[in-house]
Ligand binder design. Structure first.
Ligand code: NAP
Ligand code: ZN
Ligand code: ZN
Length: 351
């Protein structure tokens, strides 16, 4: 075991503060990573505040959040073949899975039937709590590590490990591309990557935000159109327009209003995870043979594909790098939608 410094929430109502814990020594197939940057995902806030208690009964404290991890390999186990010391690598939302179920065999480890082992707030195969990326290092099996694009700044790629893949996966699954009208609801961490990726895939992209405050940014990121929900005319103007709506909102919305924006056979994909159940009227779906679907992160193979895509199309995240001492302040700003568009912690400030 080796000592590791990080920041943790001691309980669901405590701010994050310095915390020391132990990481395992690298095993044969493990990669030890010196963490350089870690993004702040809204899921970190939901979990540190135990807002998903209805759906995930166990919340483990002290909790070291962070699943948008970018760093450099500092040691490898004797049987590691994929990475060597000095490589720029990433770790996303999970660090292991059963590897044998139907889903794992298809590269859908995020839907592992036995149980995906999340990067933090979970238990590993030995039952020990997992600790995330707001820390100086992490030890992960090489099969759950990905290679970062070498032509883009590392800090701007850290959030690709959750925000990037969580939007890339449904965009690919529902075939966003030329001729498709895609709406991204909510221009936050996930949403801004949704805009960049849908645009790079060739789709027509519309942002649906609460206001027009970020309109110029939305257009710069690749949106063709930008609408505010504060204007009631938005919902009449766009009725029946979209093939695909990706909903990244972390709070309750009026589901009927948004479903009405789908054309016949259109799909709305839920990626935002509010703490309560979502009310949906049957008629919102039957009227135009609409689908309401959900999507969670993406598998390892698809995450690598997304990173390579972002390298090729030069689509890093727009980030604001902060020292770790500002993490609690950053949480408050995320809650106020005051983030352009992802906070990333510079882990050198932990030392
Ligand atoms: P974020 O940066 O806070 O973005 C969420 C955006 O939603 C905000 O920027 C805001 O956009 C909009 N919004 C917030 N409150 C709203 C309200 N009351 N009504 C309407 N719109 C509102 O968060 P994020 O990191 O992108 O994460 C978004 C959600 O996705 C979270 O619930 C998170 O837990 C979840 N998530 C899911 C997955 C998955 O695998 N499915 C992965 C990662 C995160 P505007 O200012 O443009 O209105
Ligand atoms: Zn996340
Ligand atoms: Zn599995």
């Amino acid at each position: 075991m080796s000592k590791c410094k990080g920041y943790a929430a001691a309980s669901s109502n405590a701010p994050l503060s310095p915390y020391s814990f132990e990481r395992r020594e690298p095993r044969e197939h493990d990669v030890a990573i010196d963490i350089k940057y870690c993004g702040i995902c809204h899921s970190d806030i939901h979990q540190a505040r135990n807002e998903w208690s209805e759906y995930r009964p166990e919340c483990i404290f002290p909790m070291v959040p962070g699943h948008e991890i970018a760093g450099v390999v500092e040691a490898v186990g004797s049987k590691v073949t994929k990475y060597k010391v000095g490589d720029s690598v990433g770790v996303g939302c999970f660090v292991d899975s059963c590897r044998n179920c139907h889903e794992c065999k298809q590269g859908l480890e995020q839907y592992c039937r036995v149980g995906t082992i999340w990067t933090y707030n979970a238990r590993d195969k030995e039952g020990a709590p997992t600790y995330g990326g707001y820390s100086e290092k992490i030890v992960v099996d090489e099969n759950y590590v990905v290679r970062m694009p070498n032509n883009l700044p590392l800090e701007a790629c850290a959030p690709l490990l959750c925000a990037g893949i969580t939007l890339y996966s449904p965009l690919k699954h529902w075939q966003a591309g030329p001729g498709k009208r895609v709406a991204i609801v909510g221009l936050g961490g996930l949403g801004h990557m949704g805009v960049k990726l849908a645009h790079a895939l060739g789709a027509e992209v519309t942002v649906i935000s609460q206001s027009l405050k970020k309109q110029a940014d939305g257009k710069r990121l690749g949106a063709d159109h930008y609408y505010a929900t504060s204007d009631p005319a938005t919902f009449t103007k766009l009725a029946g327009y979209f093939d695909l709506i990706l909903n990244t909102v972390s709070a309750q919305i009026d589901w009927k209003q948004y479903l009405d924006l789908l054309r016949t056979d259109g799909t709305m994909v839920v990626v935002g995870l509010p703490e309560n159940d979502i009310p949906v009227a049957a008629f919102s779906l039957t009227t135009r043979r609409r689908s309401l679907a959900g999507s969670q992160n993406g598998g390892i193979r698809e995450t690598q594909e997304m990173l390579d895509f972002c390298g090729k199309h030069s689509t890093p995240c727009d980030v604001e790098v902060i020292p770790i001492q500002k993490v609690n302040e950053a949480y408050e700003r995320v809650l106020k939608s005051d983030v352009r568009y992802r906070f990333v912690i510079d882990m050198a400030t932990l030392k």
